[in-house]
Design a protein around this ligand. Sequence first.
Ligand code: TA6
Length: 285
Amino acid sequence: MPVAHQSNKVILTHPSGASAEVYLYGATLTSWKVANKERIFVSEKAILDGSKAIRGGIPLVFPVFGKGKAPHVTAALPQHGFARISLWKLLNSSDDANAVTAEFGLDHTLISEENRKLWPFDFSLVYTVKLAAETIETKLRVHNIGEKSFDFNTLLHTYFLIPDASKVKVIGLSGIDYVDKVLATTAHQEGDIVIKGEVDSVYANVKSPDVQIPYVAEQGGVQLHLKGLSDVVVWNPWAAKAAGMADFGNEEYHKMICVEAGQVAEFIALAAGGSWEGSQILSLL
Ligand code: TA6
């Protein structure tokens, strides 16, 4: 069955054998397999009962990044906004010779009363997961269905499963200034990114829509192609931060890297009646 709808998640299966899994909670993609190999990291300690954002997969950051305050909004929203901690609906699904597609929806009537008060705008989100034989596209469309304009950040907070964080590179962000949140400074990226400790960097207005994550010690890797997104966040908590996360194994930082496509350097202003979309296409190296 190309799209199987279970109580709390949706399983997409492509005729090639590729598969994906999306929890309705947060519309969080928690698995993408190609050639029967998992490409997405989810912590063994992830909480999957809807009581907390899933630690891993592709959590959806909206309408704020981090503890950011949205313009014209007084109180701080939950960390990374409410999209990843809300229950989405499966809107529809389809399959053809090339791809299996599922669309998920969230709007202002589905979020908590508390978040509605914190962010009093009428919105509709449509998140599309399109699974092909060797690629997967995740696209977010934002619709302002109210009378007031609103401003938002968004990020596809992708956790990639990798053999060894100290043996990967991130290629494609060289020559760009970035915010180093670990050192609380800005810096200029010279060459490829390597992970030798905690990394938490925000690259705004990247030059190329293509970011590669090759496995240095063995064949393979993944790459992102950005469409309508211009910022990239690179994150690995490393040992100390890993130890401080109850829903993350102390040694799991070796097996993951977050390379996150989005719009976080600036808020996007969306006029009443307006729409916006951005997506990433993940493929294998
Ligand atoms: O995207 C990187 C980041 O903003 C880090 O600063 C770290 O906070 C990470 O997201 C995870 O955030 P979370 O709220 O899921 O623990």
